[in-house]
Design a binder for this molecule. Structure first.
Ligand SMILES: Nc1ncnc2c1ncn2[C@@H]1O[C@H](COP(=O)(O)OP(=O)(O)O)[C@@H](O)[C@H]1O
Ligand SMILES: [Mg+2]
Length: 497
């Protein structure tokens, strides 16, 4: 029979749907056609595969070769199908046995020499293959990434010849060797470096416990960037499944995961000139943006008012939903985007509002602040001032109030355990329904809280967000069931923009 089928996977968001590569040989003039919605890079596989097969000392069939990538409606991109196509052609022409092809998936781009080149999106493909109980063969260049997934039979190879030898039973293919992870805790900048800024430190800690969004406002050089960079270091380490999901996004974006630090929370700091596509993702073959690369971690937007208004507006929806759907003419992709926003800004264009040095007119200051829309501000749970630190304090050795990250992290973990036991997730993610149960107020507190909200003119969304922050503050304070007035008052204080 001159028909052979090999298995592979396409890439769609961070999903990896199965693709069957069917190869048929028939009489007629020698030719090769690839059907089944191939994009340019896949159409070019025809030439790469032919030369790679010839350079591997096999014969390219002198017949009519039809390659069908099924299902046909799924768009297929990249060089990832080269290896399964080559193996299909070799199996259909009887040059390699078919036995192992039934329960094995293949991914890999071929160089003209027959060498295997790395492909993007190996991690999501392995997760899907694991769910199906299948073996997978990937290029050796993807080994570090492949080693992150446990309980899946994955083999790595350098060349097409090596894979063919394995199919014939001539030798084994090696398994990828993992690099031990540091557990997500060590390295990274430490809070011990920051002098003063007690209020900002407190807000950072609350942010870490509850998974809230934070805005730091202050003149240049007061430690806003320093503080933001230190948030991942006080967050709980990623669980294995969270880490795999975060790495899957990196993998799809073609970025290499550092296997030593793969359990560390991501920290992404796109520049304010970044486009909307760079930030939220997009493209004809949709790729994840910074908000998805920050999935389960921190997105830091420095100089917030300098970002284009349009770019900031597209953030609003994923800030609440935790994912982003990108629609393009032919296709639609969903990427996870459960990030914590930390933003920083100067109080005015020159950065020194409140200081005699400041030359800005009230009108300029007003316009500068208005660049951040109300609906975006509404979604920021905590806003805190980061005032200048007296120069004398900067030179002094670390005092006992300049706690290090390990100390703060211990408190964060303890407080977060409360919300995990109660709702199974951080407070920022509890639903409005759960709020009634988890953020209960006594009658006196309720009256006080409602009148305070009215005075501040806060929206309904802000109301719920303040309650979540108050819940987090209560969790840091021992986790009592009823919220007290001091918890509410502190939460409200962070609402003053
Ligand atoms: N609170 C602080 N404690 C210690 N060093 C600080 C502090 N604030 C600023 N610095 C010093 O100033 C530099 C710039 O700080 P940075 O965080 O970038 O300021 P900002 O982002 O507020 O403009 C830091 O690298 C550090 O050397
Ligand atoms: Mg800065």
């Amino acid at each position: 029979m001159s028909l052979a089928v090999t298995l592979s996977r396409a890439q769609e968001g961070i999903a990896a749907p199965q693709v069957m590569v069917e190869v048929h040989l028939s009489g007629g003039l020698p030719s090769t056609s690839i059907v089944g919605l191939p994009e340019a890079a896949v159409r070019e596989a025809r030439d790469r595969v032919r030369v790679a097969i010839q350079n591997t000392a096999f014969e390219y069939p002198g017949r009519r070769v039809t390659v069908n990538l099924a299902p046909a409606e799924l768009p297929k991109d990249g060089g990832r199908f080269d290896l399964p196509i080559a193996l299909g052609i070799l199996a259909a022409s009887g040059q390699v046995p078919r036995e192992k092809l039934d329960d094995c998936e293949f991914l890999g781009e071929l160089a003209l020499t027959g060498t295997l080149r790395s492909v993007s999106g190996v991690l999501p493909a392995l997760l899907r293959a694991r769910a199906r109980g299948r073996r997978v063969v990937v290029p050796r260049e993807n080994a570090a990434e492949a080693a992150l997934v446990s309980d899946v039979d994955v083999r790595v190879a350098d060349t097409l010849a090596e894979v063919c030898g394995w199919l014939r039973g001539a030798h084994e293919l090696s398994m990828p060797v993992g690099i031990p992870s540091d557990g997500g805790a060590d390295g990274g900048p430490d809070l011990a470096d920051v002098r003063g800024q007690l209020q900002a430190r407190r807000a950072l800690e609350i942010t870490a416990v509850g998974g809230h969004h934070l805005l730091l406002v202050g003149p240049p050089g007061t430690g806003k960037t320093m503080l933001a960079e230190r948030l991942p270091g006080i967050l709980p380490p990623l669980s294995e499944s969270e880490a795999l999901e975060t790495c899957a996004v990196l993998s799809v974006a073609g970025q290499i995961t550092d296997p030593k630090h793969w359990r560390r929370r991501p920290f992404r700091a796109p520049h304010h000139t970044a486009s909307a596509v760079a930030l939220v993702g997009g493209g004809s073959n949709p790729r994840p943006g910074e908000i998805s690369l920050a999935h389960n971690g921190v997105l830091f937007l420095d100089e917030l008012p300098e970002f284009s208004r349009h770019v900031l507006e597209v953030l609003r929806e994923p800030m609440e939903s935790g994912h982003i759907m990108i629609s393009r003419a032919a296709r639609q992709s969903t990427f996870p985007a459960q990030f914590q926003l930390v933003a920083a800004m100067n109080p005015c264009p020159c950065g020194h509002a409140g200081d005699p040095r400041c030359q800005c007119t009230p009108d300029q200051i007003q316009r500068y602040r208005a660049r951040i829309s109300g609906p975006l501000l509404d979604r920021i749970d905590l806003c805190v001032e980061v005032p200048p630190v007296p120069l004398a304090d900067l030179g002094t050795p670390r005092g006992e109030r300049d706690e290090d990250s390990a100390t703060v992290r211990a408190r964060v973990l303890k407080a977060r355990r409360q919300s995990l036991m109660r709702a199974g997730r951080p407070n920022a993610e509890i639903s409005t329904r759960e709020l009634e149960r988890d953020c209960a107020l006594g009658p006196a507190e309720r009256r006080w809280f409602e009148s305070a909200l009215e005075r501040l003119g806060l929206s309904a969304r802000a109301y719920h967000r303040v309650l979540r922050v108050a819940r987090t503050i209560a969790d840091l304070d021992g986790g009592a069931a009823l919220l007290e007035r001091e918890h509410l008052a502190e939460a409200l204080q962070y609402r003053r923009f």
